[in-house]
Write a protein that binds this ligand. Structure first.
Ligand SMILES: [Zn+2]
Length: 378
């Protein structure tokens, strides 16, 4: 890999999670896991990742290192406490001592959720918030198969309530991964629509973290470095599954954006997206992508530009995001996502209750969020 943006930036050197980055690094999973103290591993993943052959390659690497492996492949998109409970059963049955999350954000979040309950007992809602686990947790390695959520950089598990579909953000320093393996060979082979939705989610993380009320110098540097990479590589990765460098740069950009969330949280685009996913089943990245240009414009009034670290022209930033949506063949209006218009006021009330709404640079209540939804509608 030789393109600009392929080098590991210094801003990651103080992270809790060590990054192993490069094409083919999945083959190092076994030796890395062994070095981190694993002996009896639960590999958490989903059926799509099994079908893609990634799980077999992971198992081979782990067994070659002399490790015992149990696979839990019952994860689905937006995992609920039911998925976590099923994984905990497998963990208990095999008395595991190490967790691996292999997949998109759903598999990595589910692995973290399993870690909370397996080590600390109780139920997922007991850990809703920050640092509520009292006992030690198992070490974990994450291997993302999409350049998207950046969950491998975070100590948060996002787990849904199976009845209300509300996302519980359960964060704990002990849940952070020891190592993240960023192997662009895994993300290259994703279907184009998955690459697009995941990629625009990463873009939204870079943009929203750059503007929140919680941003700091470290998170701003992460947001900036994430944006530079995603901006440069998005179209190339979309067009060409064989462009190794573009996929590598996207994966690193998504990781940096995920690391920025850890410090800076998120904003109104994520607050608006969550009810669209919970109520109408719209894929997270698609929902975030539709909302993001409108949130950028809403947050930049008069001379205010909370995104100055990314661009000194907020309208140009919003238009650049719209170009990315087009390049990814992603919807640009809620009306194109089968959203009934009369549900917008209900969504706005739910969006106002999302934890991310509190960190948006411009204060938002249900009235402001309804205004943003209406702008995004047509
Ligand atoms: Zn997101």
């Amino acid at each position: 890999m030789s393109s600009p943006g392929c080098e590991l930036p210094a801003v990651l050197s103080n992270s809790r999670t060590r990054v192993v980055f490069g094409a083919g690094t999945l083959a190092e999973l076994g030796t890395i896991t062994k070095r981190e103290g694993g002996g009896n591993v639960l590999l958490v993943t989903d059926p799509g990742i099994v079908a893609a052959g990634h799980v077999d390659r992971a198992i081979n690497s782990l067994r070659n290192a002399g490790l015992k492996v149990t696979v839990f492949d019952g994860v689905e998109e937006n995992p609920t406490t039911l998925h976590v409970d099923a994984g905990v059963m497998a963990a208990r049955h095999h008395s595991i001592d190490f967790l691996i999350g292999l997949g998109g954000g759903s598999a990595m979040d589910c692995a973290k959720g399993i870690n909370f309950i397996f080590t600390n007992g109780g139920k997922m809602s007991d850990y809703w918030g920050v640092n509520k686990a009292k006992k030690p947790m198992l070490p974990m390695v994450a291997v993302p198969t999409t350049a998207g959520t950046g969950s491998e950089a975070q100590s948060f598990a996002l787990i849904c309530d199976p009845i209300t579909h509300r996302k519980m953000a359960c964060g704990d320093a002990k849940a952070a991964c020891r190592v993240a393996i960023l192997d662009p060979d895994l993300t290259r082979t994703c279907p184009q629509h998955v690459t697009a939705a995941a990629g625009i989610d990463a873009v939204a993380h870079a943009v929203e973290t750059a503007g929140t009320t919680k941003r700091n110098n470290v998170s701003l540097e992460m947001s900036r470095q994430a944006w530079t990479r995603l901006d440069a590589a998005f179209e190339k990765a979309m067009r060409d599954p064989h462009n190794d460098d573009a996929h590598a740069v996207m994966l690193l950009g998504a990781h940096l954006a995920g690391a920025a969330i850890e410090q800076s949280m998120l904003g109104a685009a994520h607050a608006c997206a969550n009810p669209l996913t919970a109520r109408l089943g719209i894929t997270h990245g698609i929902a975030v992508g539709v909302m993001l240009p409108h949130v950028v414009r809403f947050n930049c009034t008069g001379d205010d530009n909370p995104y100055a670290v990314l661009s000194n022209d907020p309208e140009a930033l919003a238009q650049r995001i719209e170009t990315m949506l087009e390049a990814g063949k992603l919807p640009r209006r809620l009306a194109d996502c089968s959203v009934p218009e009369d549900i917008l006021p209900v969504l706005a009330i739910e969006a106002a209750k999302q934890w991310t709404a509190a960190f948006n640079p411009r204060p938002v209540g249900s009235g402001e969020l309804l205004e943003i939804y209406r702008k995004a509608y047509r």
